[in-house]
Ligand binder design. Sequence first.
Ligand SMILES: C[S@@+](CC[C@H](N)C(=O)[O-])C[C@H]1O[C@@H](n2cnc3c(N)ncnc32)[C@H](O)[C@@H]1O
Length: 255
Amino acid sequence: MPLFQPSHPEKVQKIFTQIAQKYDRMNDLASFGLHRLWKKKLIQIAKEKKFTQALDLAAGTGDLALALAKENKFVILCDPNPAMLKIAEKRLEKQKPRVKFLVCSAEKIKLADFSVDLVVTSFGFRNMQNLDQAFREIYRVLKPKGSFLALEFCSYPPRTLFQKASHILFQMYSFVFLPLLARFFKLPPSAYDYLAHSIAQFPNPQEIEKKMIQAGFSFPKKKGKKQSKSFLWGKVQLFSTEKTHSKTSDCPLMI
Ligand SMILES: C[S@@+](CC[C@H](N)C(=O)[O-])C[C@H]1O[C@@H](n2cnc3c(N)ncnc32)[C@H](O)[C@@H]1O
């Protein structure tokens, strides 16, 4: 299945501006609170990385950033949408000396090379215009041996009976439950249409991994096993990667 890539970044921004105030409540209801558990797992892996400066990319309302800042780390929140970041600013008010906000997209991060030792992102890939460019930017701003942890919805082509059944259930979730939820929150039809379509066209995790490897990332192992995890029968993927090369110019796609 081809990767879902939004063609109109302005439309995506308009949608997030429209939903910003209701985003957190909607997120809790739409995921039945599960997004908190997935993010908790990401933070647990992040803590094992012993970082000091982190970047939360597509930070949105800043829940991941808050969890990192509470660990006494310096956190930069980056998101192209000022309305989402405004909510994050309120949420991180008490952490002020340890946080910085940047209005920019993942494809053009306003940071120097080798700025941070950890990059995290959750549920942002589907909104990015050019994922290859975003991965190259993440690689550029990371210090050597830095880590990149990402949560995203994914899908496998349904083959077994169980996979086919769960695929149908997920289609119903996207095209029946989500629109109903969006109507309940009085969101405009364009917002839930975008949500349903971007979710229905989840990228395949192997394709994402391939892109990450092309950008120069490797998948470190712990006790012989990859640290990447999957949840909800593979529908949600936690990618755990590392910047293996020491110089930006070592990255295969940057030469
Ligand atoms: C679904 S929200 C995820 C927010 C938060 N990370 C979370 O897990 O709740 C997606 C976020 O991606 C941001 N976004 C959209 N296009 C982007 C881009 N090109 N680069 C980085 N972030 C982008 C949106 O503004 C929005 O805040």
